[in-house]
Design a protein around this ligand. Structure first.
Ligand SMILES: [Zn+2]
Length: 314
């Protein structure tokens, strides 16, 4: 059953397909179902015998037969109502268990500890999945998660946008309530990360090659990080390349060169990962780490020269 709601912001009509109760209009405003929850005052417990269509004196066999008949009639696969089907399930669960049935006959309650005060499904639309689950459990219902992908930038991401049965529906405790959670499309996010990583890596290789090439005597380090991932990669690669050249020249032995290279690679990877989420911070981390590394290299070079001069070079 679809519902047409008029957007309060722009007046456009938005169609909400069951079980969706919250959506965004093309103008960006949130549109909510106008189907109001039933008044909270109606504190009537549902009669489980009526749900199954039997009388109070029904035998266990009659209960089982009635359950099978009602389940067939209400099953959503044959066009039945999902809420009614769940009510039939829950009624059978109580009445088919002799001790639970006795307790129900005596008290008129199902004896489910998690039972809520009203027997009506709470309105969880718009909540976070955690909040919605907690609210449903407190009211005595079992949340069932349904996921619906939305674009990563949607304000609905990670919120409940629908529920089945809807808010205010009468439902025996212990019955499942499906909540539809909007999830940001992971596929789109990862495709973007892959794309950025590829561009950045290509940039690093370009910059590194330019900085370490033997052809040009003068190496120009371009720290001018452009807008694209590849530009940033090139700047990082250029700095990493020139530090490497310095390290190779001063380290004097293979082990130290390998250590310098590993440290440079680690700094590059770490600053890239940070830069994916906070580009400015990523560049800052990279520059600071490289400056520290360069100072260490230079200091090593100076110490070596002093040893040479004082003659205790071994
Ligand atoms: Zn609108």
């Amino acid at each position: 059953m679809a519902e047409t709601v008029t957007c309060a912001a722009c007046g456009a009509e938005v169609v909400l397909e069951d079980p969706i109760l919250l959506a965004t209009c093309a103008c960006g405003a949130e549109v909510r179902s106008r189907r109001h929850p039933r008044e909270a005052g109606s504190d009537t417990e549902i009669d489980l015998y009526k749900v199954l269509g039997i009388d109070r004196g029904a035998t266990e066999a009659e209960i089982r037969d009635a359950y099978r008949r009602r389940a067939r009639e209400t099953h959503p696969d044959v066009g039945g109502d999902a809420a009614e089907f769940q009510a039939v399930q829950a009624a059978y669960e109580t009445l088919s268990d002799p001790s639970r049935r006795r307790s129900y006959d005596r008290t008129g309650r199902t004896g489910d500890r998690r039972r809520g005060p009203s027997g009506n499904v709470p309105d969880v639309v718009g909540m976070s999945p955690v909040e919605a689950s907690r609210t449903l459990l407190t009211a005595g219902y079992v949340p069932r998660l349904m996921l619906r992908p939305v674009s990563g930038s949607s304000p609905l991401a990670n919120r409940v946008i629908g529920q089945q049965p809807g808010p205010g529906a009468g439902l025996p405790p212990g019955a499942p309530v499906a909540i539809v959670v909007a999830v940001a499309e992971a596929g789109a996010l990862w495709a973007r990360v892959r794309e950025l990583t590829r561009d950045f890596a290509q940039g690093v290789l370009d910059g590194f090659a330019a900085a370490t090439s033997r052809s040009g005597r003068t190496r120009r380090i371009e720290l001018d990080a452009g807008d694209t991932s590849r530009d940033r990669g090139r700047a990082v690669g250029a700095v990493a390349g020139s530090v490497t050249v310095g390290a190779v020249r001063t380290a004097g032995c293979l082990v130290r060169t390998v250590v310098w290279l590993a440290v440079t690679a680690a700094i590059t990877v770490a600053s890239f990962v940070i830069g994916l989420f906070r580009p400015a911070l990523g560049i800052a981390v990279f520059v600071i780490a490289i400056v520290v590394l360069t100072l260490l290299v230079t200091r090593g070079y100076r110490l070596q020269r002093e040893r040479w001069r004082s003659g205790d070079w071994v």
